[in-house]
Design a protein around this ligand. Structure first.
Ligand code: GLY
Length: 429
């Protein structure tokens, strides 16, 4: 590969430019990058008064279509973890959801590897599986770990063999659609290996970012446009439908970490949570993100509440995000405050350096034991027109935009908004 990580970072910005994502004037006041946080408002009066007795389910937006069935199950007396698992099995079974289960984007070798964990509040049990191949419903496998073993976490081949032993079928999880996006990624990063068109191809050209004599050097914007056009041509050659090409190119340039978390609370005050994912697209084989890490991707404490995460797994592991949120609530913070504090800790990993935080994305889904809930995120969304959302069902099913810590979108432009010292002190100490 001749395309360095540094080049990738640089052209990612240009890519956002070329894709026409929202630009922001360089001179804009830096304080506008931070959202003013309104005084905490309880999301419902019952929760405020501590008399909340209705069931409620919260989840990442890709669980929205599965909430009705899970809520009916919960309302009729179903277990809270089983209700949450009903929700996340939807995206796991959906070949068109490229972030979870069947059809998830694969690792760098083209193999789908899944992570999941769950916690059952009433019995205080936990289960987890990481880097599992060939098994679609890893959320259920994570529950099977505590149902059938004295362990909490199984990974890799051992986890797969365990899943087969307890009755899960082996199946090919790589759909044609995800395979083509992976191939596009592979060809895009491929100038000096044998992937992509070779010398014998009539359209082969030397890579445009290869060293050029000074008189032939092109401006970055022109190089970028050539790359984008090249990606479009590759996508067409791979048979990616015209309407899917822009999305596929985005997934090549900005490898997604999409995931689903779900927490459920019943009328008895029992609470559980689970998280499942195919993880970071094109990851190194064996990489586990935050989703299978009890305390990072998901944490439930029957005394306090349940929380989970989607987004940049490596960062969330470093702050034990879900556990941090539960401990914050245990010490009196509201769900909103608890989530914002965790996001600020993510900011502190990079000392508030927006040039780095721009590439980090994090959303927390938080449900307190009394039914109060919050959805909070580091940025408004991962690109213009795609805000982060939390889906909720408490008798009325709805999607709500999460409250962001920073205004704008991850990997947006410009790359280096200047954060004034007073703002940095307040939010990123
Ligand atoms: N949050 C999902 C991952 O990083 O794998």
């Amino acid at each position: 590969m001749s395309f360095s990580r540094r080049d990738f970072v640089r052209t990612s910005f240009l890519g956002t430019l070329a894709a026409g994502a929202g630009l922001r004037a360089q001179g804009e006041s830096a304080s506008e990058y931070l959202v003013e946080h309104p005084a905490e408002v309880a999301q419902n009066d019952d929760a405020q008064s501590g008399s909340y007795k209705r069931p409620i389910i919260i989840c990442a937006h890709n669980g929205f279509n599965y909430l009705d069935d899970a809520f009916a199950f919960l309302k009729s007396g179903g277990d809270t973890l089983d209700a949450a698992l009903r929700v996340v099995q939807g995206p796991e079974n959906d070949p068109n959801d490229t972030s979870v289960g069947l059809g998830g984007l694969p690792n760098e070798e083209g193999v789908v590897e899944l992570d999941a964990c769950c916690m059952h509040g009433p019995t205080r049990r936990a289960g987890s599986v990481g880097a599992v191949r060939n098994i679609k419903n890893v959320s259920l496998v994570s529950k099977a770990v505590f149902d059938h073993t004295g362990h909490v976490m199984l990974v890799g081949e051992g986890a797969e063999r365990f899943a087969v032993a307890v009755g899960f079928p082996r199946e090919n999880l790589l759909t044609d659609h995800s395979r083509k996006i992976w191939l596009l990624w592979k060809e895009y990063h491929s100038n000096s290996d044998w992937w992509g068109p070779g010398l014998a191809d009539p359209h082969w050209q030397p890579p445009s970012d290869a060293p050029q004599p000074p008189e032939k050097a092109k401006p970055q914007s022109e190089l970028w446009q050539e790359r984008y056009r090249g990606l479009e041509e590759h996508a067409a050659a791979l048979g990616i439908a015209p309407e899917d090409r822009a999305d596929a190119i985005h997934k090549v340039l900005f490898p997604p970490t999409g995931t689903i978390h779900c927490s459920a609370l019943n009328g008895k005050g029992e609470i559980s949570g689970c998280t499942t994912t195919s993880g970071l697209a094109y990851k190194l084989p064996g990489r586990c993100g935050d989703s299978p890490i009890i305390g990072a991707g998901c944490y439930t404490d029957q005394d306090v509440g349940s929380a989970g995460a989607t987004g940049s797994g490596e960062e969330n592991i470093k702050i034990a995000g879900a556990h941090t949120i539960i401990e914050n609530m245990r010490h009196g913070m509201s769900p909103h405050e608890a989530g914002m504090d965790a996001l600020k800790r993510v900011g502190r990993i990079y000392s508030g350096d927006m040039n780095k935080l721009r590439f980090v994305d994090m959303t927390y889904y938080i449900l307190r034991k009394d039914g109060a809930y919050a959805g909070v995120s580091l940025w408004e969304g991962y690109r213009a027109g795609h805000p982060h959302m939390i889906a909720v069902h408490d008798g009325a099913k709805r999607s709500e935009v999460t409250t962001p810590l920073f205004k704008g979108f991850s990997q947006d432009f410009p790359p280096e908004p200047k954060v004034p010292d007073e703002v940095r002190k307040e939010y990123l100490k």
